[in-house]
Design a protein around this ligand. Structure first.
Ligand code: CO
Length: 209
């Protein structure tokens, strides 16, 4: 058996078990999705949103990219954000980073990765604006961990700076924005940032909504 064939066989087994536990499982989910959360996480295979939060299909709307970035020109992310906020009406948007992130480590170095440079450049900018604090941390793993936290905070603020979020804050007083960091070593999520609806921000980022 080829490795990918195992996935298809496991899928049949999984579907069978779901129906054995709850015969209407797929019927119900096929009719409706009403998730309360949008998750913006890293593509890293070790940080699966549903498993680490012990949630089921239907509970979390998910977007993942390398190093969980919120980039204001990323059409893919903005489409997911607008749909989740305006159509699904999620109550919470969670940006989840993780310690030991390869994207963060790559952004801290000077290797030329070609196209990938352009994506990681967003993390380099976070480093630059926090260079005094980061350069003072001599252990490189600890420095990367701190950059992970600072980047997550920046991404949460980037969400607040979108007109999508500001519009919904004003009209519906949601969603709350959260920044979390996951530890690969013990499986625990650390809550490091929360921005409630209509929090103050620098006027340059405020839209007339
Ligand atoms: Co990562």
């Amino acid at each position: 058996m080829k490795p990918y064939e195992k996935l298809l066989i496991e899928n049949k087994q999984w579907a069978k078990e779901r129906v054995e536990l709850d015969k209407d499982y797929f019927l119900r989910l096929s009719k409706l999705q009403a998730p309360e959360f949008l998750w913006i996480g890293c593509s890293d295979s070790r940080v699966p949103a549903n498993e680490i939060t012990n949630t089921a299909p239907g509970e979390i709307f998910v977007h993942r990219n390398v190093a969980n970035l919120v980039v204001h020109t990323d059409l893919n992310l903005l489409t997911v954000l607008q749909y989740a906020v305006e159509v699904l009406k999620v109550q919470h948007v969670i940006v989840c980073g993780h310690y030991g992130c390869g994207g963060i480590k790559a952004a801290m170095g000077n290797q030329n990765f070609g196209l990938i440079n352009k994506w990681l450049r967003n993390i380099k900018d976070t480093y630059y604006y926090n260079r005094a604090e980061l350069n003072a941390i001599t252990n490189l793993d600890e420095r990367a961990d701190r950059l992970t936290e600072l980047s997550v905070k920046d991404q949460v603020m980037n969400l607040a700076h979108t007109s999508i979020i500001q519009q919904t804050w004003k009209t519906e007083n949601r969603p709350t924005l959260h920044g979390w960091v996951y530890s690969l070593e013990d499986g625990i999520l650390k809550d490091i940032e929360k921005i409630v609806p209509n929090s103050p921000m620098d006027p340059i980022y405020q839209y007339k909504v």
